[in-house]
Design a protein around this ligand. Structure first.
Ligand code: GYE
Length: 351
């Protein structure tokens, strides 16, 4: 089965899938696995992808090549650490780590290098969504299965084994639903929104931005400023500073990760403004950010779980055992707001 999903259609299809009438993975309905993660009932093998993870060199250890995005955020640091902790010899693995420094071209070369090195499986956390078909085909031709993690790809399902990570569009919808309710509860009748976007073309940005664009159109919200802060604190601060210099009215900040949120808050403070007088919403759920929800500085966070190493490891083991694995598994994620922040703080990742 060869199914091509367009970038524009990806977020919408992901939403349909969660609603139980999805067509992005073979017209299946999602089910909840025992880890609580949401997965489609379609399996990797029924997608037309026949590679299985194997101990190709017979040394009893599976060498995992990890093509990581970079080190741009607290989420990323926790994600990398989770792979480094899990993929160790005691668990039957060895990790070869490649850092793309947020550069999509370098990352394609990284994957080609991993193929040339003869790793036994590749885990790709793609910087951006475009141009992956030739590289994934090369991995397939070399007999090396590819797991996509963290950021989904809109490529044909017969080019990769499985996807594990967040449903970025659903995360965005949780936050826009929160905004709608929060405005109603607090008699806020106008929404003038500053939109700090993540890395343009990453599915984390595409899904979260799409949810906002749709909610803005449906509810008559204004997006007064929209720019990428590339998921970093420094860029988030810089972008917010340049917006503040324009002196336009705004009452909401929709920031696509915590690091940019920290930067935006620093910019507000430097301009003598009180962050608590704005409705600031964020994504990820680093410990400090969850603490800010407890304090009321951030009103809500669309949680995104970075601790993917062990769960990806489970899928790899299942593939080795010839077990059926879902084509897509979404992490279990919630909205963090004042009602559950104190509780979420106990298990929040990072610092
Ligand atoms: O939200 C952000 C990171 O792809 C889900 O990337 C990830 C995003 C995460 O830089 O903090």
């Amino acid at each position: 089965m060869k199914k091509q999903i367009t970038v524009a259609g990806l977020a919408a299809l992901m939403a349909l899938s969660l609603a139980g009438c999805g067509t992005n993975n073979g017209g299946t309905t999602p089910s909840t696995s025992d880890t609580g993660a949401t997965s489609a009932t379609d399996t990797a093998s029924s997608s037309g992808y026949n590679l299985q993870v194997k101990d190709l060199n017979g040394d009893g250890i599976i060498t995992v090549g990890f093509a990581q995005v970079g080190a741009e955020s607290g989420w990323r640091t926790a994600n990398t650490q989770s792979y480094k902790d899990y993929f160790v010899e005691a668990n039957g693995f060895k990790l070869v780590f490649a850092d793309a420094n947020q550069d999509p071209d370098k990352q394609k070369q990284d994957v080609r290098d991993l193929i040339a090195q003869g790793v036994e499986v590749i885990d790709l956390a793609p910087v951006t969504d475009s141009g992956w078909e030739p590289v994934l085909q090369e991995a397939k031709d070399a007999g090396i299965p590819v797991v996509i993690s963290d950021r989904q790809l809109s490529v044909s399902e017969d080019l990769y084994l499985t996807y594990f990570g967040g449903n970025m569009y659903a995360e965005g919808q949780r936050v826009t639903d929160f905004l709608k309710t929060y405005m109603a509860d607090n008699n806020i009748t106008t929404a003038n929104i500053v939109h700090l976007q993540g890395t343009i073309g990453s599915t984390a940005q595409i899904g979260r931005s799409q949810a906002l664009t749709e909610a803005a159109a449906a509810n008559g919200w204004n997006i007064v400023y929209e720019q990428t802060g590339e998921f970093t604190q420094a860029k988030g601060q810089e972008v917010m500073e340049s917006f503040l210099q324009q002196n336009k009215d705004f009452n909401i900040i929709y920031s696509e990760n915590d690091d940019m949120t920290y930067g935006a808050i620093a910019a507000l403070q430097a301009a003598g403004k009180d962050p608590k007088s704005y409705v600031i919403v964020s994504f990820d759920g680093n410990k400090s950010a969850v603490q800010m929800v407890v304090d009321g500085t951030i009103k809500a966070i669309g949680q995104c779980n970075p601790l993917l190493g062990p769960q990806v490891g489970d899928l790899i083991k299942k593939s080795m055992n010839g077990e059926a694995i879902p084509k897509i598994t979404y992490s279990q994620e919630v909205l963090i707001d004042s009602s559950n922040a104190a509780d979420q703080l106990k298990t929040a990742f990072g610092s």
